[in-house]
Design a protein around this ligand. Sequence first.
Ligand code: IPD
Length: 287
Amino acid sequence: MDASAIDLLEIRDYLVELAYEAGNMMTNMTGKTTFVDKANSVDLVTETDRAVEKLVADKLSLKFPDFEFMGEESYVPGVTQLTAKPTFIVDPIDGTTNFIHSFPYACTSLGFAVGREPVVGVVYNPFLKTLYTGVKGHGSYLNGQKLPLRVPPAGSELTLQGALIAIEWGTQRSGPNYDCKINTFIKLASESGGMVHGFRSLGSAAMNICAVAAGQVDAYWEGGCYAWDVAAGWIILAEAGGRVVGGNPDEWSPEVDSRCYFAVRGGQGSEKFVKDFWKSMVGRLQY
Ligand code: IPD
């Protein structure tokens, strides 16, 4: 089915309703919810992640019974596959560690893809009351304000040296991926390397991508997260004039489930900026 045969604005409006419901569950439970380890002691899930996913999945299957659903908490490795069919791609709580600690950067991330391409995205942080939405061909917004919020002065180039870059440590804390991240961070920060303005870590892939869409950070580099972490933010960023390329060199058109991403805002010099970033990487991500 083609995206043009689907009422994407109706989908956005329903996802916004669900995001507000999810937000109420999150604000009621933050700091109080029990959690357990998934892959290790820094990869966590709470009872609220599961309850929000169940609510969202149940309501979506009633309202849009012909569409597929992929969610973080119901994902079965090696079994769940993202297909070309219209699919909701959902992270019930992105920023689970923040949610557990009551650090107010947790959100629900609700994406919708057709032909494996994200075409609707809703990201809602109920603690800061920030609602990001994006629909293919209809622009993207933060609380009704068109994105990007920050547009650098005409003529200014996006360069590594002037960049604020979002990064995350990830849940693998040893091995080649960890080495690649840490050594690249050092190179980008150092005077003899990129000498970037700085790094930020919001603890949520969706919030990091939305910050790129807003123009508040220039880019976000990630390896190891999944389609549900990035699908909603992907279209919000694209509609704000930015793009997601691969987290490894020369991957200009990555798949939404490729697990390695470099999200970059729009603006003069962005293609060279991406190439300079890739050149600064120490090794490759191997997810
Ligand atoms: C995590 C966050 C984090 C990213 C991890 C994700 P979760 O998602 O988005 O920023 O670095 O890769 O797993 O576990 O909070 O839904």
